[in-house]
Design a protein around this ligand. Sequence first.
Ligand code: AMP
Ligand code: ZN
Ligand code: FE
Ligand code: FE
Length: 270
Amino acid sequence: MYRADLHCHSTCSDGTYTPIELLHLAKNVGLSALCITDHDTLDAYTEETYKEAENLQIKLFMGVEFSSRYLGHNIHILGYGVTQSNSILEFCKRHVKRRKDRNLAILQKLKRLSFPIEEEELYQIGLTRVIGRPHIAQIMVEKGYVNSIQDAFDRYLGDSRCCYVIDDSFTAQETIDQIHEAHGKAFLAHPHVIRKTQIITSLLALNFDGIECYYSLLDPAQEKKWLKIAHEKNLLISGGSDFHGTVKPQIQLGCSYVDENAVEKIFNRH
Ligand code: AMP
Ligand code: ZN
Ligand code: FE
Ligand code: FE
């Protein structure tokens, strides 16, 4: 059976498997196609990664998950089938810069609570990786400040918790425009995390191409709700696990997926 997991993260952002390891895992769990949607970077898409995908006969599609802001909310937007244009690569670089400032602001808040972490410690994780809150959470665990990554998010780092710093990122509209300029399709990621119905309604009035309707361990009733909305608004449908590896051990690669028909509609070029 054809199954495509169109949402997962590698070590290029906050996943724990390298792109090559993700491809092997995809093969082992019987996926036909994969899209590695790292946060704000296309670094997973090297010649080596494409070669390995070909060896393993896994169809690899290019994708990315951008953080954006919309009326004070942190909105994730998937860019599917983008090309590595200069403009999108420059956009990714600007994300790295704004993340650096944001990470520093989070570390300052933690320091005030007597949980010091030096900026250098954070970037020891990898200079080429896109660094974010899960990495800060990991260091908090290592230093004994919290019991688990989840504990760090629940008490300090999660949206609106005491050490949260709002994403001063690009607007949802700017992000959609960037994706379109790179010939990609823009999808609203995991819409169920947006709790306010008015926000979803007005967001979906933007020129999105689709909605992520199948997501991770989302229950079937929720999936049905998003499928109905996608249908009503004439939007495409995507799905994936949002696999991050050992930092989110409850989620397996391929636990959520779409079929070949959905993949055709997202990645064909007409
Ligand atoms: P950042 O890109 O720095 O804003 O971090 C976002 C990432 O942190 C998400 O993609 C998740 O992997 C993780 N994350 C966000 N909120 C939570 C939460 N409440 N619990 C666990 N992980 C979370
Ligand atoms: Zn993540
Ligand atoms: Fe996300
Ligand atoms: Fe994700």
